[in-house]
Design a protein around this ligand. Sequence first.
Ligand SMILES: Cc1cc2nc3c(=O)[nH]c(=O)nc-3n(C[C@H](O)[C@H](O)[C@H](O)COP(=O)(O)OP(=O)(O)OC[C@H]3O[C@@H](n4cnc5c(N)ncnc54)[C@H](O)[C@@H]3O)c2cc1C
Length: 565
Amino acid sequence: MRHLVTDVLILGAGGAGLFAALHAKAADPALSVCVAVKGLLGKCGCTRMVQGGYNAALAVGDSLERHFQDTIAGGAWLADQDLAWALVEGAVARVRELENELGCFFDRNPDGTLHQKAFAGQTFDRTVHKGDLTGIEIMNRLAEQVWARDIARLEEHRAVELIRSATGDAIAGALLIDVRSGDFVLVRARSVLLATGGGPTMYRYHTPSGDKSCDGMAMALRASLPLRDMEMVQFHPTGLLAGPDTRMTGTVLEEGLRGAGGHLLNGAHERFMQHYDERAERATRDVVSRAIATEIRAGRASPAGGVYLRMRHLGADAVRRQFKGMVERCADCGFDLAEGDVEVVPTAHYMMGGVVFAADCTTELPGLFAAGEDTGGVHGANRLGGNGVANSTVFGGIAGDAIAAWLRNRPALAEPDARAIAAAVAAHEAPFAQPPGDLEALRLRLHACMWDDVGILRTATGLTRALATLRDLDAALDATGVADGDHAFNLTWHDWLNLKSLVAVSTAITHAALARDDSRGAHFREDHPASGALDASTFTVVRQRDGAIETMHAPVRFTRLAPPA
Ligand SMILES: Cc1cc2nc3c(=O)[nH]c(=O)nc-3n(C[C@H](O)[C@H](O)[C@H](O)COP(=O)(O)OP(=O)(O)OC[C@H]3O[C@@H](n4cnc5c(N)ncnc54)[C@H](O)[C@@H]3O)c2cc1C
């Protein structure tokens, strides 16, 4: 096995990973920094897919307190307030850094100030953007800066296990697979950052990039680290519904369409949102997604099983002008957004839950840091649009600074746990020893289970059924091999590994959803529809020990704002 050594190992190259690399190197240029990424650096992950933009309280009349209040209320009072404050405070500095140090160009007003647009759930227009391709601007500039520095890159290297020290009380590195050769690589590191970016791709309809399979969270579970708020999966109400044979199905039709006055119609071509919320189509993502799910379940679905989005009453030319990208995306799939009705369905978009971490990105395991969508606690029960890329870039930068500071007083490399390495290699090689089977059938079963029983509307009966299905699926996966013994660029093997991560994290989501017997933000229990007392709020924590999930509740600390009575 190839062995590499570095001071800082960063797993993932989205907004969190790349900001961490730049900050660690800037804080201490003598540090060796290595970024390992499943895909190509700058080209993969969800930060590149950011359309709408980035929330920062920059404008005259806005304030950190206001952004903070919106974030806490939007998250149904479940967020960790210290983390949320670090987010809103850091976002201002990070946008300035993106523009003035990294070279991003965001859209501006005629007077030269940054243009900031309206997003749902916010009391001020604070979303900084570059048209509707904000993520590409951020990722291109970040990648260029990383390429220009002495930062090692392991592209198409998939992390598969966090490796503790032989003594068990610190991180010693990570085990990777070089996707190109299929060989295992051990990277010994004095510190490791988990920044692989979550991504709820276990649902039938989902938005994240194809490289995302919750690997980081699955590794954290296997390392017995605590994860919080795992039941909080955000569904975006308007995913394109273009049939099962295209990856376009599930991709987002942006929120601005409803914001501009777009209508949602059920299968009978009748508007329905006014029956669910006085804000009608402009209600928040969780409310609209639940309303759509209810219409579908009541038998009022469109032919492909969703509802319709209609814009034509706003004037076809105006729609073509204002939503060029969306009109083209729909046309690619045979829909006319400007003049016709487009079939849409709620789509799994973001995970508010993740690894428990502190505002300096430390975790329970000394030397292991976490940032971005792999972490939990910043958003509580619901993420505001525009707070996702802020989360990854703000905490990525903090992690880079904190790692450099932490390493100043720390000893050399820890000796890795050799038995753990051998066990991890054996576990990840296991599918080569099994007869090949139908992985696609297993994926479809997983999608159906999570969509039907752990989706937008949940009950104890459905969640309990899902746990049994997930156990069966995990056993079926263990008995299913990959056909080709060649490890090099064996995508079937990586599909198997993706599914293994997704089943593990789905199980954690389901346990947390069963444990939360109230309804908050993205989590709705039909058998417990009330939200419960806000001032007695608790959040769920799951931890895996000896292969089984333990679930706990911990009280939310209202360190800055008290909830309304
Ligand atoms: C379609 C879409 C639109 C969005 N629009 C917005 C928006 O307008 N505003 C907003 O605030 N948020 C938006 N978001 C959310 C936002 O993209 C995320 O919150 C944020 O970018 C996550 O950043 P990250 O660095 O944590 O993860 P990512 O950017 O996803 O990066 C994760 C990285 O880890 C790598 N990786 C994964 N697994 C492994 C592994 N096993 N080993 C090594 N590397 C691995 C990936 O390849 C990738 O490089 C959107 C998301 C989507 C999907």
